[in-house]
Design a protein around this ligand. Structure first.
Ligand code: RB5
Length: 142
């Protein structure tokens, strides 16, 4: 499975930890940056990761900024992206089961690293569950 990663300066360190975790667990990683703590603008990275998912270059995306709010708002502007800002493993799981989320957004200043890695693991190992949710997801696309 190929995972696109993106973060602003607030999420840069957590992004690198997630990249290492994914590589250790045999995922392919496309890292769209940022690659330092120099100040950057999160919509740039949301667009790079969102486009990669839409093009099917990546199976899923993970986006990180300080709160996860700005970068998830930006990603959700892209047609076909369902980016779920999550703060616990239940949200990460249900975003896949009910919303068929294709990007997980995390706030590096909100959650700890271990929780973030658990949420990534949960998000990537959970399948969309129930066709009854499909009508709502199709409405999002319309
Ligand atoms: C950057 O300082 C910060 O605003 C950003 O990482 C994020 O929290 C925005 O939603």
């Amino acid at each position: 499975m190929r995972i696109a990663l993106g973060a602003d300066h607030g999420g840069f360190e957590l992004k690198n930890k997630i990249a290492n975790y994914l590589k250790e667990n045999n995922f392919e990683v496309i890292d769209f940056g940022t690659n330092s703590t120099d100040s950057v603008n999160y919509p740039v990275f949301a667009k790079l990761v969102g486009d990669s998912v839409i093009k099917k270059e990546s199976d899923f995306g993970i986006l990180i900024c300080g709160t996860g709010i700005g970068i998830s708002i930006a990603a959700n502007k892209i047609k076909g992206i369902r980016c779920a800002l999550s703060t616990n493993t239940t949200m990460a799981r249900l975003s896949r089961e009910h919303n068929n989320a294709n990007i997980l957004a995390l706030g590096s200043r909100i959650i700890g690293d271990l929780l973030a890695l658990e949420m990534v693991e949960t998000f990537l190992s959970t399948s969309f569950q129930d066709e009854r949710h499909l009508v709502r997801i199709n409405m999002l696309e319309d």
